[in-house]
Design a protein around this ligand. Structure first.
Ligand SMILES: *Cc1c(COP(=O)(O)O)cnc(C)c1O
Length: 392
């Protein structure tokens, strides 16, 4: 598009109710933010599921590591290989029950780096239709052929695995917990198909690590299938309260990525302070996981129950990602705006993030919410919903 035509195209996006802008917010605690006018909000749109961003040991670990400088100064293969990153990789591998792990700068880069680094031109990637954009982009830039199967539809995947010729390696890639609907992938069936077709199974546990499974180890633990997943992708920026992404897998896979994955090789490493924060959060999760996960579960159950009792059509589920489908993008934005007026922040999710006709409010509940905050938010949502002017 010609640069001169951008302004008109932006107007078109505004007319469709799909324009996006950024509202600055300073987090005072893990659940409370304040905007530039000093107005306070309870935040129900954060992925800080365990409230780790504000836990004292996590902040202290980051502060201590700041004595190593504010930036890492180079890529991991040059001068950016901090002790903290090396230690974190060992801890992540142990936590995920894998031989090794590799840290990337974001979860987005981890997914792109895994698929681009590993899948070559003779290979085929089978990808769930609702996978996260970072997986889609990894498929796009990888030279492998990509085949998209219907969301969590194992009959469709089986048929495609059977019918698609492949001279190299088959990969199956899926979100563990799907980011927009909050549903969990059918891992037992994926595991069976992976074995039958000798495929490499990649599960992106961005919304699952620290969230599902008895001790927060994610999708494999949730289904009691510790060996089902070949490559555990994840992020350090959600339940682990820091920034970054990772792949946990066999030594061979990790060594290959370290040698061949361009997002890993060609980007400056995260600073020691960020790696130390993620490491401290992971330690807290390992030591006191039951407490954090218990609080998260209780808050999730409370919010889901209150909304259901108030007649809100929440999609049933087992995760703290709670979507309320509104269809119309403008109605969704208006509804989120009305909640914002009342000091409650939820996300209005619209196409192209989700399919046409499925615009939604997306609430995320965390372990850091106080019971009173959950009651206040649910009551406001129910009251606005009952006025009925926002949905069709
Ligand atoms: C958030 C998310 C990512 C990206 O992680 P970042 O660390 O935010 O870059 C990847 N996959 C899924 C499923 C996500 O929800």
């Amino acid at each position: 598009m010609k640069i001169q035509e951008l302004s008109k195209a932006l107007d078109e996006i505004r007319r469709e109710g799909l324009y996006r802008s950024v509202s600055d917010l300073a987090m005072k605690t893990a659940s409370c933010g304040v905007d530039r006018n000093g107005k306070e909000y309870i935040v129900f749109s954060s992925n800080d599921y365990l409230g780790m961003t504000h836990e004292a040991p996590v902040i202290e670990a980051a502060r201590k590591a700041l004595s190593r400088g504010t930036g890492s100064g180079g890529a991991r293969l040059t001068s950016g290989a901090t002790f903290q990153a090396g230690d974190l990789e060992k801890a992540l591998a142990r936590f995920k029950g894998k031989e090794a792990a590799l840290v990337f700068n974001t979860g987005y880069m981890a997914n792109v780096g895994i698929l681009y680094g590993l899948a070559g031109k003779d290979d085929v990637i089978f990808s769930d239709a609702l996978n996260h954009a970072s997986i889609i982009d990894g498929c796009r830039i990888s030279p492998a052929k990509t085949v998209v199967y219907r969301h969590s539809d194992m009959d469709d995947l089986a048929r495609l695995l059977e019918d698609t010729p492949c001279g190299g390696q088959r990969f199956i890639v899926t979100d563990g917990v799907f980011s927009m609907d909050g549903d969990i992938c059918p891992l037992p069936a994926l595991y069976e198909l992976k074995k039958k077709y000798d495929a490499c199974l990649i599960v992106d546990d961005a919304h699952a690590t620290g969230v599902i499974g008895e001790t927060g180890r994610g999708t494999a633990e949730y289904f009691h299938l510790p060996r089902a997943v070949d490559i555990q992708a994840g992020t350090l920026s959600k339940a682990l309260g820091a920034e970054g992404g990772f792949a946990a897998a066999s030594e061979d896979i990790v060594n290959w990525l370290r040698n061949r994955s361009r997002p890993f090789i060609f980007s400056t490493a995260l600073p020691a302070s960020v790696m130390a924060a993620a490491g401290a959060a992971l330690r807290l999760l390992e030591e006191e996981g039951k407490t954090y996960l218990g609080r998260l579960r209780q808050n999730t159950d409370t919010m889901r129950r209150l909304l259901r009792e108030g007649g809100i059509p929440v999609i049933a589920g087992d995760t703290p990602v709670i979507p309320i489908i509104m269809n119309d993008p403008e109605g969704t934005v208006t509804f989120a705006g009305a909640l914002r007026e009342e000091g409650i922040l939820v996300s209005a999710i619209r196409p192209p993030t989700v399919p046409e006709g499925t615009s939604r409010l997306r609430l995320t509940v965390t372990a850091a919410h106080k019971e009173e905050e959950i009651h206040r938010a649910a009551a406001a949502i129910i009251r606005l919903w009952q006025r009925g002017q926002y949905h069709g």
